[in-house]
Ligand binder design. Structure first.
Ligand code: CA2
Length: 146
């Protein structure tokens, strides 16, 4: 099983650190990428880190991951609550899937309480800020064979 991990980010996460810091914190997505790449190196993982505002691009990366990756860490952002297409793509991926949310979606509006992706995810992290990505990577590191 490959120790390559796709870290995928959904719509508007390119604004991380630039708006709504009371909800999503001060770190930018570029900061998160740097932290993920550094931790991955420590854990003997490699990372491909992507963000898109377009659902089809996220689906295409999931398809790509099927061929090369052992795990996907995904923050689908608003697509979490709407996208059967992302769920279907993840169901066609055989490796580990961890779902990450920066905020605690269960403490927020009712429409954020349901996730299509959780029906496939092997684990879900919500409300740990951007540290959630690193926690998910640590779990990938301990779950994938060396
Ligand atoms: O808490 C999370 O990580 C979310 O996936 C973030 C999504 C939201 O729709 C989910 O319900 C929970 C929103 C991402 C938008 O990110 C922004 C970051 C900074 C400023 C504006 C938007």
């Amino acid at each position: 099983m490959s120790r390559l991990v796709y870290v995928l980010n959904g719509p508007n996460l390119n604004l991380l650190g630039k708006r709504q810091p009371h909800i999503y914190g001060h770190e930018t997505l570029a900061d998160v990428e740097v932290a993920c790449v550094a931790l991955a190196a420590e854990l003997g993982l490699s990372v491909r880190f992507h963000q898109s505002n377009r659902e089809y691009e996220i689906i295409d990366w999931i398809h790509e991951a099927r061929e090369v990756a052992g795990a996907i860490v995904i923050n689908p952002a608003a697509f979490t609550h709407t996208s059967v297409a992302i769920l279907d793509a993840l169901n066609a991926f055989e490796g580990l899937v961890y779902e990450v949310h920066i905020s605690n979606v269960h403490k927020r509006e009712e429409f954020r309480h349901h996730s299509f992706v959780s029906g496939r995810a092997d684990g879900v992290i919500a409300g740990f800020g951007t540290e959630g990505y690193l926690l998910a990577l640590r779990r990938v590191g301990s779950q994938l064979p060396v």
